[in-house]
Design a protein around this ligand. Structure first.
Ligand code: KG4
Ligand code: ZN
Length: 347
């Protein structure tokens, strides 16, 4: 089975092609990071316009790279939400048009479910269920219990900023650029042996997160050191990263222990963070749970993960899915999804 997956939820225009629900045949990502860098964050209107330009070339490039033709495709999967409304509309309308013109089934995919299934792309072994999932993206920070495919329970989420958003804001305060995650990670490697200690919010109380206080702490430190040299900025970057990673790993371990499910799956862009992977690796050894994370290239937004999540839902579907009659859902909770094939919700 060959599925084309399309994602335009934020600032990456992506088209991927996945075979038999596992093997990536193509994964084209046209990033707008350089465009948004000048504003220090994603400007939705600008992002939508760039998706308009980059979408069809991305689909063409994915077909070329995979060596497949449109006739070979079994279905088209597309992110319908959550994400920026104007951006989602470009991907969804493209997918609807292609589905109509090529006479292929259309599958609406939840972007967060896509991030989870990035753990299945070119991976062996793949995660088993049930599992605890830590979703850490630019817009979401959640701990989720997945009982079986498509059966989710929200255990905790952020009360303010998402982890990726905090990385982006801290990088901006430090004048490092955008997107902040990889830049903070790199800067932190230049830190001294004794960086300052920043606050860790809500440790121990619940599985919810809060990162806005940390952002304020970074901004106070930056204000205390006007025109801070490189070494000071590296120390602040390391202190920030350590605080975020500390909270993410402590709460993940708590979710694993409280649920009795000895399997943790990382999903979303912040899952690319090296320090987070190190710390969770240590925790997994100490507490005896299995740890899964996607290949680095599939951590951030990509079409291949959407194709894979779509394949799973298509396989389970009885009858032929009707193309077209749905729209975008800028907010779309995982817990509202139904297992594939079981009274599946159409957005
Ligand atoms: O999952 P994603 O690609 O987009 C959303 O669905 O939001 O995540 C993007 C986020 C950005 O905030 C970016 O700064 C962060 O992931 N990120 C990282 C790293 N690579 C990307 N954060 C920390 N360390 C990284 N290496
Ligand atoms: Zn994402």
């Amino acid at each position: 089975m060959l599925i084309l997956g399309i994602d335009t939820s934020c600032d990456e225009t992506s088209a991927g092609i996945v075979e038999d629900g596992l093997r990536v045949k193509a994964n084209i990502i046209s990033s707008q990071a350089a465009v948004h860098a000048q504003y220090g964050g994603v400007v939705p209107e600008v992002a939508s316009r760039h998706h308009m330009e980059a979408m069809i070339p991305a689909v063409q490039a994915a077909l070329n790279e995979s060596g497949a033709t449109k006739e070979d495709l079994d279905a088209i999967a597309v992110t319908a939400g959550p994400g920026l409304a104007g951006c989602l509309l470009v991907g969804l309308n493209t997918a609807k048009s292609l589905s109509y013109a090529w006479d292929k089934p259309l599958i609406a995919v939840n972007h967060l479910e896509g991030h989870i299934y990035a753990n299945w792309l070119d991976r062996d072994p793949v995660p088993e269920m049930p599992a605890i999932i830590l979703i850490v993206s630019g817009a979401h920070t959640e701990l989720v219990l997945v009982r079986d495919h498509g059966d989710y329970e929200l255990l905790g989420s952020t009360r303010d900023d998402a982890a990726g958003e905090a990385f982006d804001k801290a990088a901006r305060l430090l004048g490092l650029g955008f997107p902040g995650g990889p830049l903070i990670q790199r800067k932190a490697t230049e830190a001294s042996a004794k960086p300052p200690r920043l606050p860790r919010a809500m440790l121990g109380s619940s599985l919810d997160f809060s990162f806005s206080g940390l952002k304020t702490a970074v901004s106070l430190l930056v204000r205390e050191h006007p025109g801070a040299d490189d070494a000071t900025r590296a120390d602040i970057a390391a202190a920030f990263q350590e605080a975020v990673v500390d909270v993410l790993s402590a709460k993940s371990v708590a979710a694993v222990r409280e649920s009795g499910i000895a399997r943790l799956v990382i999903a979303g862009g912040v899952g690319a963070n090296q320090r987070l992977r190190e710390r969770l690796g240590e925790a997994a050894r100490r507490h005896g749970f299995r740890l899964h994370y996607p290949e680095l290239e599939y951590c951030t937004d990509n079409g291949a993960m959407i194709a894979l999540a779509g394949a799973l839902r298509l396989q389970a579907r009885r009858g032929s899915p009707a193309p077209g009659g749905f729209t975008v859902r800028p907010r779309w909770d995982l817990a509202s999804l139904r297992p594939p094939g079981k009274l599946e919700e159409r957005p």
